[in-house]
Ligand binder design. Structure first.
Ligand code: NAD
Length: 456
């Protein structure tokens, strides 16, 4: 059983020595993280292959390469992020100076899912280290090999009083949630996110919740169909659709549906071959329960393409599903697999009204050439983030915050936003002792009218 109280008390003691606070310490740890990823690269490729059948190319582009970019970005900007910021102030404060100090929260817990088990466990770590915290990582029990390796790598690289990995499932996570961490960063489903927030509220622990949802992709009649098909197929079937920001379903203008479907079919063949289930690099579904759930969705519409499954290998072909309506089970929850339901529209305004009536998704993708329509969709629908004429790519830009809104999450990270997430902004006013403006004190000679003029 996990001794959460001991883990936290060791990290708390260490944090209070002040060891994690200096620029030099943070920089050294970020560099060690990078060296660790290099050192264990081949073991990481192997673990990701065993857990999800990830090819080296996919493991690099969606996990390891991404992490190197995040670490390098933090190394480059750390000094500037850590700078104490001088602020402006009103005339009533003449004689004093005001500052914002970025203070580490202290002891952080990071809870990760299984779909990008390395990236989603370590990308928040980059922000947490940069901000000067200690870290406990709780990886997913479903990414068995990667979680084991994560524990080994971290134990061989960092002292447990600074950073440690606790393996386990619900019971272990609940044990960790009983003790008062200073911040909880959770990535996973909205259902579990609510439980985490409830538990965190007992200690008033702040949380970031990186959740999921049903992210739409919209293809308008003036879109570049060939490119849209390529980018949608890539975004949907990367990691076999087990991506939080994957397009969940497609809304296509009725005038271009035929053309788009034709182009998507061609594209699936180009990426995965005629028989994806025989493709050595095709990603598998993480476990049988999830596989059975996805298999059930295949009868919620008419299969236009794909639809074959391999129960032994836990694989489902990239599938295009037509004749789907909002009441079908596949449209009632996040799919999180390689099945793309297709629905049509004839007016963008109807799409907007429809999206406004649903939960706010983590992402939204709009394909269309007209600026006015692009702006309309961005302005009138709420979602975590997204792309115009692309899918997924926004999340790989370290200059952009990544996070959800409403049902898709609270808070954001990546790049500077990761540093900000794990830092408390402490406001400090430094007063002078040479003079003292009497305005605020009672019993002075200043009249109410002067005070009112200056203080309003
Ligand atoms: P999950 O919510 O089932 O599990 C996430 C983590 O929570 C795991 O570490 C798990 O051990 C732990 N957990 C599960 N049940 C728990 C409970 N009752 N109490 C305490 N801890 C518990 O999510 P998952 O299946 O691993 O991942 C899929 C979900 O995550 C999808 O909804 C997806 O959209 C979302 N996701 C979001 C992002 C993002 O960045 N926003 C990224 C990846 C996945």
């Amino acid at each position: 059983m996990v001794n959460a109280a001991k883990i936290l008390s060791d990290q708390r003691k260490y944090f209070h020595t002040g060891a994690t606070l200096s620029y030099e310490f943070r920089m050294e740890k970020l560099k060690q993280l990078k060296i660790m990823l290099k050192k264990y690269e081949s073991e990481l490729f192997q673990a990701l292959k065993l857990d999800l059948n990830k090819s080296k190319h996919e493991a690099w582009t969606t996990e390891l390469g991404f992490l190197h970019v995040e670490i390098d970005f933090a190394i480059k900007h750390l000094k500037q992020w850590m700078n104490i910021q001088r602020t402006n102030q009103p005339t009533t404060h003449i004689g004093s100076k005001s500052y914002i100090h970025k203070e580490p929260y202290g002891n952080i817990m990071i809870i990760a899912p299984w779909n990008y088990p390395i990236q989603l466990a370590l990308a928040p770590v980059v922000g947490a280290i940069a901000a000067g915290n200690t870290v406990v990582i709780k990886p997913s029990e479903y990414a068995v090999e990667t979680s084991k390796l994560l524990k080994e790598m971290i134990a061989n690289t960092f002292e447990p009083k600074f950073m440690t990995v606790v393996q386990g499932a619900i019971e272990e996570t609940e044990e960790l949630l009983r003790v008062p961490f200073d911040y909880i960063f959770f990535t996973g489903s909205s259902t579990v996110g609510k439980l985490i927030m409830k538990k965190a509220s007992e200690h008033l622990t702040p949380v970031t919740l990186e959740l999921g949802g049903k992210s739409p992709v919209i293809v308008d009649r003036h879109a570049n169909i060939k490119l849209a098909a390529k980018r949608i197929v890539w975004g949907k079937f990367t990691n076999a659709g087990q991506t939080c920001v994957a397009p969940d379903y497609l809304l296509v203008h009725e005038k271009v549906k035929k053309q788009l479907v034709r182009a998507m079919k061609k594209q699936v063949k180009q990426f995965y071959g005629k028989h994806p289930l025989k493709n050595k690099s095709y990603i598998r579904i993480v476990h049988d329960r999830h596989f059975q759930r996805l298999k059930g969705f295949l009868s919620d519409g008419q299969i236009l393409y794909g639809g074959a499954v391999d129960a032994e290998k836990l694989m489902i072909e990239p599938t295009l599903l037509d004749q789907v309506d909002w009441n079908a089970p596949v449209m009632k929850e996040e799919i999180f697999g390689p099945i793309l339901p297709i629905m049509t529209f004839h007016q963008l305004d109807h799409v907007i009204a429809d999206l406004q009536s649903r939960e706010k998704p983590l992402a939204l993708y709009y394909f269309g050439r007209k600026k006015k329509q692009q702006q309309k969709i961005i302005k009138h629908t709420s979602f975590g983030g997204g792309c115009v004429n692309d899918t997924l790519y926004h999340l790989a830009n370290p200059h952009l915050p990544f996070g959800g809104v409403g049902n898709s999450g609270i808070g954001a990270y990546h790049g500077k936003y990761g540093f900000e997430t794990f830092s408390h902004s402490k406001s400090i006013l430094k007063q002078n002792n040479l003079f003292d403006i009497p305005l605020r004190y009672p019993g002075g000679k200043l009249t109410y009218s002067i005070a009112k003029r200056l203080l309003s």
